[in-house]
Design a protein around this ligand. Structure first.
Ligand code: ATP
Ligand code: MG
Length: 315
């Protein structure tokens, strides 16, 4: 019933790593234990947290988010615990913090690895006592909140460097969940493209229905360091450039075609330099079409012609 549209609870993907993730989401939702969700940027950590909340007993309660990297120590404390009128300059009235706002629901601490050490001490105390104090107030307030945290940092490293407290980590990381990078589940890419194409078509009143096999091949060969977020941005870009009702290699951004590690090396002139491998791959991909090849390499047709001569490539 929850398996709609090649995925689960708003997450698209049917690959084995995603099926394992869905299983972990179900287990986490059946529990009250705190969770730490790890994974590279753009893998869907926030979607995972929301899915767990919506499947849990707390689904009728609020889901609140705090980004621990976006606020300084002082603002973060007031954001999490609230403050009372007169607590500091600018505190013109009492204000609830996110812990109170998440009462009987879930609190999602995003980028938890960036939380300052002094705040970590305060958070640990809150988790032990199950009560908070608003800034400028001594009165304890009971809070019933399920904590979920996420980070794209390497927590082991932060622990080793003393940037994150072990005692806090063990307390928040009762259920660890790892979201796999997109390059480890490329079989999900066609489903993601179909899903987001439809969405973008609706928003932009376009009718792009297909993706050519060559374009898909290039997309699947790319390592996607920015994961699903980057893929979605790329699809948006491609739909803007697409002429007909399908996405062709020519509509894809040039970075997809820079194969191999040092595909572009700096030349003596300081300009970016294209390698023979890259040139040949591009020419093959565009079946020798120089206009399309030049466009994808970000160079003029004259420069392309010179490179073909220099490398002795077949153009
Ligand atoms: N499996 C998925 N199916 C559909 N959309 C996804 C999936 N994973 C991620 N997305 C989309 O990609 C974007 C990034 O997802 P999200 O914000 O959850 O990533 P994140 O892991 O929290 O990234 P960051 O570490 O940068 O905060 C969102 O628009 C989200 O809807
Ligand atoms: Mg996020």
């Amino acid at each position: 019933e929850l398996m709609q549209e090649y995925g689960f609870m708003g997450l698209i993907g049917t690959s084995l790593p995603m099926q394992r993730l869905y299983e972990q989401i179900r287990n986490a939702a059946a529990s009250e234990a705190p969770i730490v969700i790890t994974g590279e940027s753009g893998t869907g950590k926030e979607l995972v947290a929301k899915a767990i909340h919506r499947l849990s007993r707390r689904q009728t309660g609020p889901f609140m988010t705090v980004n621990c990297a976006a606020l300084n120590e002082f603002l973060l404390e007031s954001e999490l615990f609230g403050h009372v009128k007169g607590a500091f300059t600018g505190a013109v009235r009492d204000r609830k913090g996110r812990f109170e706002a998440a009462q009987h629901g879930s609190l999602f601490l995003d980028e938890v690895g960036d939380m300052p050490l002094s705040m970590q001490v305060k958070l640990l105390r809150v988790l032990q006592e199950r009560e908070i104090e608003r800034v400028g107030d001594q009165r304890p307030i009971k809070v019933d909140v399920r904590l979920m945290s996420a980070t794209n940092k390497n927590m082991e490293e932060l622990l080793g460097q003393g940037k994150f407290r072990d005692d806090l980590f063990y307390r928040i990381n009762v259920i660890p969940i790892h979201v796999p990078p997109l390059r480890e589940r490329i079989e999900d890419i066609p489903h993601l493209i179909a899903h987001y194409l439809e969405r973008i078509n609706q928003i932009n009143r376009k009718a792009i229905r297909y993706i050519s096999p060559q374009a898909l091949e290039a997309i699947e060969a790319y390592p996607w360091p920015g994961n699903v977020r980057q893929l979605v941005n790329m699809i948006e870009y491609a739909t803007m450039t697409a002429k007909g009702d399908s996405i062709e290699p020519v509509d894809l951004p040039e970075y997809l075609f820079r194969k191999g590690a040092p595909a572009i090396i700096p030349s003596r002139g300081g300009k970016e330099r294209i390698t023979k491998e890259q040139l040949d791959a591009t020419l093959r991909r565009f079946k020798g079409n120089r206009t399309q090849s030049a466009r994808h390499l970000g160079i003029s047709r004259v420069t392309l012609w010179k490179l073909i001569k220099e490398f002795g490539s077949v153009g």
